[in-house]
Design a binder for this molecule. Structure first.
Ligand code: SAM
Length: 202
């Protein structure tokens, strides 16, 4: 899966982060049911994780323009990888498809901040008590400076799109809490990223 056919989208970061992420997902995903992946990007993670979790249905999603590329990766995915769904976190009428867990990797710093609000609001309606949202990416913490590599990344993001940017962990946690999610895990990951798990409170 490290070699992509010419027409298939490919991001080297997915090959680098998939195993550290997999180790955390093994701890937090349910034994059965459907995982909704938001911002699936190339589709590489969907292919890899669907193979790693044959007992789960894996539903990739992204903006409509990315669905064709994600579909190409389904050739490498398990039969439990569903056709990708169009999903725009900035949609006024955001409704998530039924799911038992949500995975969102390296996406909340790309989408305008309102997307994070909408994600947690919609997830609060879709997930049941005890079910989890897994987030992966860089975050800014009030009690320590952003790592130099993430400071540069944040500047690069904002030059590209002023609505993008590394999110404040405390703001994210507050929004999650307002929608009934409690922080369960906050773990350091390679390249100054974090794994955050928010679980819907009973
Ligand atoms: C940096 S990429 C991460 C992709 C993939 N999760 C990964 O780790 O390689 C950010 C993703 O967010 C998606 N995205 C951007 N705006 C979005 C929106 N409004 N709603 C949902 N996804 C969005 C992009 O299409 C892209 O796939």
């Amino acid at each position: 899966m490290n070699v992509s056919s010419p027409e298939r989208p490919y991001a080297i970061a997915c090959d680098r982060n998939r195993d550290p992420i997999l180790a955390i997902l093994r701890e937090c995903l349910p034994a059965k049911g459907r995982v909704l992946e938001i911002g699936s990007g190339t589709g590489q993670h969907a292919a890899y994780f669907s193979n790693a979790f044959p007992h789960l249905e894996w539903l990739p999603s992204d903006l409509p323009q990315n669905l064709e590329g994600i579909s190409l990766w389904r050739q490498e995915a398990g039969p439990n990888c569903l056709a990708p769904a169009g999903l725009d976190l900035l949609s006024d009428a955001l409704q998530l498809p039924p799911a038992d867990a949500i995975v969102c990797i390296n996406t909340l710093h790309i989408v305008a901040w309102q997307g994070t609000h909408r994600l947690f609001t919609a997830a609060g309606k879709t997930l049941s008590p005890g079910q989890a949202i897994y987030l992966y990416g860089p975050y800014r913490y009030a009690d320590r400076p952003l790592e130099p590599s993430n400071e540069q990344f944040d500047q690069w993001l904002k030059e590209r799109d002023p609505a993008s940017g590394i999110r404040n962990f405390e703001d994210l946690s507050r929004i999650a809490q307002e929608q009934g999610f409690a922080l369960e895990t906050d773990l350091p990951m390679p390249a100054n990223n974090r794994s955050l798990i928010f679980r819907r409170a009973p």
